[in-house]
Design a protein around this ligand. Sequence first.
Ligand code: CDT
Length: 311
Amino acid sequence: MPRIVTVGAAQMGPIDRKHSRADVMERLIAHLREAKRMGCDLVVYPELTLTTFFPRWYMTDQREIDSFFEREMPGPETAKLFAEAKRLGLGFCLGYAELAPEDGRMAHYNASILVDRDGRILGKYRKVHLPGHAEHEPWRRFQHLEKRYFDVPKEGFGVWRAFGGVFGMCICNDRRWPETYRVMALQGAEMILLGYNTPVHNPPAPDHDDLALYHNRLVMQAGAYQNACWVVGVAKAGPEEGVPMIGGSQIVAPSGVTVAATRSDGDELAVAACDLDACASYRNTTFNFGLHRQPQHYGLIASRKGIVPPS
Ligand code: CDT
């Protein structure tokens, strides 16, 4: 009996500062309703879905910075999304900026949650690989201040039993790092959900710009194949506040083959019926970790240099 989870990759077009949470909520709910019509079980939204990609702005007023963060989830605005998803019987994965009281201070995380069909939050992930810089760099046309606005979490990558399988989450830059997928695959992840905000232009390396969509496909397809799992990558796309962001949302099978993708730079849903049992065909053969992986032989040389932990 195949274990089919029908997933909707809910790409979002630009969200500007002038758009309220209520404006965004309408668009997210429109995605939910279309997903329901298309027979989805689960809808995946981008990184920092609820606002513009604010790390492009240098800000010093903490109140202004905190206005992009959620103090509770669901909160006053997001409650509508939870209620509609529950009414429709859909699960969802949502990226947002999280303000969390921790050790007597407020911690700031770039987070995502996995929500079950009944509105229960099953799991939360906080972004590990924060790209960009911490200080204002006026030479850039726009900033990438994730290292300024977010904390690096302690928890790392977990997985959750949901929708009849094992699910993991990561966020944007995480998708470029092989460890991200491997750490979750070693915990049994069958499907990895991720949202992203990737500018077409990378100020420190403009010669990479033409390859932005290629790299996006490359990392997710390699991550899926090498780890025998599904990968669902969802963009915030199009010209956001004057900064073009890549689209290219896609659903990738454990074979590494993209089975659904968006075509536009706007709000668009890409849907695929994903058989979680397709992971086993790779995980029991080429990528049978127990049989073929050799962490104990990755080398004395590498462990002396601290590249792999000593066994
Ligand atoms: N949001 C985010 O993590 N964006 C980064 C931009 C890095 S520039 C290559 C990303 O990896 O897509």
